[in-house]
Design a protein around this ligand. Structure first.
Ligand code: NI
Length: 226
């Protein structure tokens, strides 16, 4: 499932993040890429543990915690500390799949990457190119969102970022280990949760709503890995 979550960052948060990022020292993005990805990656990143990345990463995590849509779609167990990248002057990232297991630099704790996230911090008008293209069995999805909006997609997908031919594309990117490993199972729970929310709004107090909520939690209880 590929899903857009609007307004994860407010306009003020985007402005604050961009001021800090535009003044930061960036390094070659190959430092965090695996062997295959290194050969196709050409962008800049803030190093893991960079003070600006740590501070803004905490802002991202706080924003996720107040997003019911994120919680419902990702069913997060662990979130990798958010990282930040910048594409400019033809920078791009060729077709790759994200590394399956990543260790957090701070604690050494490993997470399995089930869901990949990109939080856009540049407005689409600020740059040409820089589309995130995600492949699934239905074809190729082209993602270029307003600043402050985020996309979630399965980490199992092949994806790429097209060359930025004007301006700069700044974003936060990170991974989530979900309580639900399978994208298909996670999508099913998301659809069920969405339907329950709609039912509660359209037909408040209907006993079927309680019964379906029970089904949701019992499926989660059956499938969740902690
Ligand atoms: Ni990737």
């Amino acid at each position: 499932m590929l899903i857009t979550i609007p307004d994860v960052f407010s306009a003020e948060e985007v402005t604050q993040a961009r001021a800090a990022l535009d003044a930061a020292d960036w390094v070659d993005g190959k430092v965090t890429a695996g062997y295959q990805a290194q050969t196709v990656k050409e962008n800049l990143q803030l190093p893991e543990g960079h003070p600006v990345a740590v501070k803004l990463g905490e802002m991202v995590l706080a924003a996720l915690a107040r997003s019911p849509l994120f919680m419902s779609a990702a069913l997060p167990l662990r979130v990798f500390p958010p990282m930040f990248n910048r594409y400019t002057g033809g920078g791009h990232f060729g077709t790759h799949v994200d590394t399956a297991i990543r260790a957090m630099a701070s604690t050494g704790q490993r997470i399995r990457t089930d869901v990949s996230a990109t939080l856009f911090l540049s407005a689409p008008e600020e740059y040409d190119g820089g589309e995130l293209l995600v492949e699934d069995t239905y074809g190729v999805h082209n993602v270029k969102l307003p600043a402050g909006h985020m996309v979630l997609y399965p980490s199992t997908s092949l994806h790429r970022v097209t060359p930025v031919t004007r301006g700069a594309r700044v974003a936060s990117f990170f991974w989530i280990q979900s309580m639900i490993r399978s994208d298909g199972d996670r999508t099913l729970l998301y659809d069920l949760d969405t339907a329950i929310q709609r039912l509660a709004k359209d037909v408040p107090g209907n006993p079927a709503g309680v019964q379906l909520t029970g089904v949701y939690h019992n499926l989660l209880r059956r499938w969740a890995e902690m």
